[in-house]
Ligand binder design. Structure first.
Ligand code: TGC
Ligand code: FAD
Length: 393
């Protein structure tokens, strides 16, 4: 159980005035759900390295899966700011909860909605939106992480089906998934997406154990050993790396908002603790060194909020560029991990305990700063955008 309840969100620049009533209602309902469903269970789940039972169905019930997917396919048809606010509240609970919703929404439902056939949309999207079906996204491989275009997973056209071989690594929800959107190369070496279903022979999903990060989330491999994939499971409307990278744009945007939630949880906890904890005859919040930390936390959270709100507006208007999204993902995750680490110090020894969230958030954010493009990869994306020179190779 969390020591401090999730009360309000710091709103130093009165950003709520820029939100609609619907945005605020959505945010409040997700916050209430996190308070009642996630907070009582999250420390135990993370300590025991187990997922939270029924998480996906519960996320489905509150409309957190594919919120911007059209209603006809089971989504809620919401705007991008609503999606961001949902991610923020979920990650205030734990990055594992946001990860579950991110993968399902941005990495599984998004590509089916954008690049899938009408039959695929009807067959999969409503079940993914309700959480009855769990999806995974396979891009990263054992030998190819930051450089997905070198992937080895491949498939051959066998007339009435494709034959898929290869392996994906570090895949969120792999051990739990009913379907996986898998990116592989066709016989011409072009990247395409396939929907691989749990029942397909030769498809296995071994779990990755002993993580120190995202311990309330299942991670694993996707292994394809001569898997026969029916032709109707190919995503027909995209070819090339821009397919998976378009999904990442959506997920990285959600992460930019999400990590504000983790930072806020740490900031609120540290502020309250500092006001209550007395040393040398006064609350530690009265010492300049602690005030410096707290003031800087709020400054960085406020800047991150403003970045996300404007990015959300750009996204609503279909004007957000991948490089703008990279800037927000990189800046906000670094902001959050710094706040998690520094705020832990404000709690002294108590900061290492499970009843406070800092160690859990800090450990989670080690994954978040790595997945969906590492901190350094996003810097290189910005560098390339402003100089026009590719510094990757
Ligand atoms: P490059 O030559 O630059 O581009 C190849 C083609 O892709 C297009 N493109 C994009 N399209 C849409 N969105 C983007 N963000 C795009 N970036 C590039 C580009 O226009 C080009 O199109 P075309 O038509 O000309 O062919 O590609 P590159 O091979 O040099 O690589 C670029 C690089 C390094 C930036 C990219 O590969 C990258 O972002 N690497 C990081 C990999 C990554 O983020 N992996 C994430 C895996 S999924 C995950 O981590 C899920 S965690 C889930 C959770 O639990 O929350
Ligand atoms: P590498 O690419 O080997 O990078 C190692 C280091 O080298 C990094 O510091 C990197 O920044 C640096 N580097 C690489 N290239 C350059 C360069 N050109 N210049 C300078 N430095 C460079 N992937 C999925 O497909 N689906 C998922 O669901 C998923 N979930 C994940 C869940 C967790 C918990 C984790 C940890 C990862 C997940 N990933 C997933 C994988 C994640 O996206 C990759 O770990 C990430 O993209 C980095 O790849 P890598 O680990 O192979 O590191």
């Amino acid at each position: 159980m969390s020591y401090y309840p999730l009360t309000t969100l710091p709103d130093y620049y009165l950003m709520d005035e820029l939100l609609t009533e619907e945005h605020k209602l959505i945010r409040q309902s997700v916050r209430d759900w996190v308070e009642s469903f996630v907070m009582p269970k999250i420390d135990e789940a993370a300590q025991n390295h187990t997922d939270i039972p029924n998480l996906m169905k519960e996320l489905g019930k509150i409309g957190a899966l594919g919120p911007y997917i059209p209603e006809e396919y089971g989504g809620s048809g919401l705007d991008q700011i609503s999606y961001g606010l949902i991610m923020q509240e979920l990650e205030r609970g734990d990055s594992a909860i946001r990860s579950a919703a991110s993968v399902q929404s941005s990495l599984v439902m998004f590509p089916i909605n954008e690049f899938g056939s009408e039959e695929q949309k009807k067959k999969f999207l409503p079940h993914l939106a309700s959480g009855e079906m769990i999806g995974a996204f396979g891009l990263t491989e054992p030998n190819h992480g930051s450089d997905p275009s070198s992937m080895e997973t491949h498939f051959e056209d066998k007339g009435d089906h494709y034959l898929l071989n290869g392996a994906k690594m570090w895949i969120t929800n792999a051990p739990l998934c009913d379907i996986a959107v898998v990116w592989g190369k066709n016989e011409e070496g072009k990247i395409q997406g396939l929907i691989v279903e749990r029942a397909f022979e030769g498809f296995t999903t071994p779990e990755t154990h002993h993580k120190w990060s995202l311990r309330a989330s299942k991670t694993g491999e996707l292994v394809f050993n001569n898997v026969k994939v029916p032709k109707e499971n190919l995503l027909p409307n995209v070819t090339g790396l821009k397919g998976p990278l378009s999904c990442l744009n959506s997920a990285r945007y959600g992460i930019s908002w999400g990590v504000i939630g983790a930072a806020v949880d740490c900031y609120c906890t540290a502020l309250q603790y500092a006001k209550e904890r007395t040393q040398f005859g006064k609350p530690i919040a009265g010492f300049q060194l602690q005030q410096k930390k707290l003031a800087e936390f709020l400054t960085e959270i406020t800047k991150a909020q403003l970045l996300c709100l404007q990015l959300g507006r750009l996204k609503n208007d279909h004007k957000a560029t991948p490089a703008q999204i990279s800037m927000a993902k990189r800046n906000n995750v670094k902001m959050a991990i710094d706040i998690a680490r520094e705020s832990r110090q404000i709690l002294g020894g108590m900061g290492i305990m499970g009843e406070f969230p800092m160690m859990r958030h800090a450990a989670n954010l080690e994954s978040v700063i790595t997945y969906e493009g590492t901190h350094d990869v996003h810097l290189l994306i910005t560098g390339m955008d402003i100089t026009g020179i590719n510094a990757f190779g």
